[in-house]
Design a protein around this ligand. Structure first.
Ligand SMILES: Cc1cc2nc3c(=O)[nH]c(=O)nc-3n(C[C@H](O)[C@H](O)[C@H](O)COP(=O)(O)O)c2cc1C
Ligand code: SF4
Ligand code: SF4
Length: 452
């Protein structure tokens, strides 16, 4: 049976599933309920100075039938009295001493940091997370993402905290920055014990067509929110990879956050080097029960692959994440349509003809099955992505696997093409129809092109 327990920079947890600092960790009631449901840790809703929240606070992007494919909020840090939070934290840490109860903090001056660190340590917190990410409200007061976007300020504050804290410190980074490695290096130079990312992405998810105000609308007005949920997972995973591949940062434990809602998401984050994961939007959408599916799925994956602990596969995808210049230019795939599965919807034809390389032909034999024109197909994947039938269009390798050449190798051997007439130039030989052919279609093209 795989062992899911972790020791994350000295913070022990029965499993890598933590709730992120957010509404689901707003109270002792919720954190205890979550631990009872199976979560291994919880980063308490950020504690700091007295504040006031607005109503309303949340908005979402609903993509077609998928509700909350992205989530936005303009909420601030905890608006509950600090002493209530500390009392409840003490109760939770006493009752669940083997869980990872982490205090998320955001204050301003050095004295305030020293005071609040002492308070959460007294309340039994197992670790501290520094919120340098909130991209609304708090940043206007010089905190949150205002610090996360300023590596120098971030380094100074992490140094204050490291001086004052006797429990492990996780620096939570803001994604609202061009190079995530800049604050990452600053945090490591300040000797943070660990890093977590991402906090929310500055965004406007929509405009109300009556009030002309951005969502969520507050008395006819709005502001930018922080975006999270499934839509941000690709951005978060890229940032995780950037940190995990950086020589100065790669050995620092990282807690991965952003769009995680099932076991597969968890495995992907671990493969990119995260050794704990945090969840907010999915817990708000579906409740604490989702952790059961995560645990079952992670255990099944580990058993199937023969892993005993998550450290056996943490980071295993990293060597496969290269720079473009190191990809094999000789690898060659082409689309293949499985005629037994095809339902003749033409979506692949429309996508390839209008949006790719005119490499799919409509049938002329009275059937509804399109065919691939192999010599035109560049293997871009688009048709297989739009095809609504699972495994109907597959990409088939056409090279014999013996040849390998990269742009870097071509550069090193001074063989990169310098003119378009060079045989090695990518564009040469790519078929495209004559422009006038677009107006000469002889049969009804169901994409909407004019029939002749
Ligand atoms: C309503 C809401 C409130 C949040 N409050 C905090 C907070 O107080 N402190 C913090 O560090 N992050 C806060 N976050 C950010 C989350 O902890 C997390 O970094 C982000 O939502 C990405 O994870 P997700 O995609 O699983 O939601 C909040 C997020 C939401 C949606
Ligand atoms: S892989 Fe790209 S080029 Fe090839 S048939 Fe599909 S859409 Fe067209
Ligand atoms: S998109 Fe898929 S199902 Fe539709 S015509 Fe193309 S191959 Fe067939």
């Amino acid at each position: 049976m795989p062992d899911l327990s972790i020791d994350f920079a000295g913070i022990k947890s029965p499993n890598p599933f933590w709730l992120a600092s957010a509404p689901p960790t707003n109270s002792g009631y919720q954190v205890m309920k979550a631990y009872d449901a199976g979560w291994g840790g919880a980063v308490w809703k950020t504690l700091g100075m007295p504040t006031i929240n607005v109503s309303s606070r949340y908005a979402a992007t609903n993509y077609r039938d998928t509700r909350i494919s992205g989530f936005s909020n303009i909420e601030l840090i905890s608006d509950r009295p600090l002493e209530d939070n500390l009392r409840e934290m003490r109760e939770v840490t006493k009752r669940f001493p083997n869980h990872a109860t982490i205090a998320s903090l955001m204050v301003d001056t050095r004295e305030q940091w020293i005071d609040i660190i002492k308070m959460v340590e007294d309340a039994g917190a197992n670790g501290i997370e520094l919120n340098f990410g909130c991209p609304h409200g708090m940043c206007e007061r010089g905190m949150g993402s205002a610090v996360g976007q300023d590596p120098k300020a971030l380094k100074t504050i992490v140094e204050w905290v490291m001086d004052a804290a006797s429990i492990p410190v996780i620096t939570k980074l803001s994604p609202n920055i061009s190079h995530i490695t800049d604050p990452g290096i600053a945090a490591v130079e300040a000797k943070t014990d660990a890093i977590s990312l991402i906090n929310t992405i500055k965004s406007i998810v929509g405009i109300d067509l009556d009030s002309y105000a951005p969502y969520p609308v507050v008395d006819g007005k709005g502001t930018n929110g922080g975006y999270c949920g499934p839509a941000v997972k690709p951005i978060a995973m890229h940032m995780l990879k950037e940190l995990k591949k950086h020589p100065l940062i790669k050995d620092t434990p990282i807690s991965g956050i952003g769009g995680i809602e099932n076991w597969r998401d968890v495995v992907e984050y671990i493969l990119l080097g995260a050794t704990s994961v945090q969840v907010c939007t999915a817990a708000m959408h579906y409740g604490f029960g989702i952790v059961r599916g995560m645990e079952d799925g992670l255990k099944r994956f580990m058993s199937e692959k023969g892993y005993n602990t998550i450290y056996d596969f943490a980071g295993k995808a990293l060597p496969n994440v290269m720079e473009w210049k190191d990809l094999n230019l000789k690898y060659d795939v082409k689309a293949n349509i499985n005629s037994d599965k095809c339902i003749g919807c033409d979506l692949c034809y429309i996508a390839c003809d209008d949006g790719a390389h005119q490499a799919i032909a409509l049938p002329t034999d009275g059937s509804r099955i399109p065919s691939i024109i192999e010599e035109n197909c560049v293997g871009c994947n688009l048709c297989s992505l739009v095809c609504p039938v699972e495994e109907c269009i597959t990409m088939v390798q056409k090279d014999d696997g013996t040849k390998h050449n990269t742009w870097q190798q071509l550069t090193d051997s001074e063989e990169i093409p310098c003119t378009w007439n060079d045989d090695r130039a990518g564009g040469k030989g790519h078929y495209v129809p004559e422009p006038i052919k677009a107006l000469e279609s002889v049969r009804k093209d169901r994409s909407g092109a004019r029939a002749k």
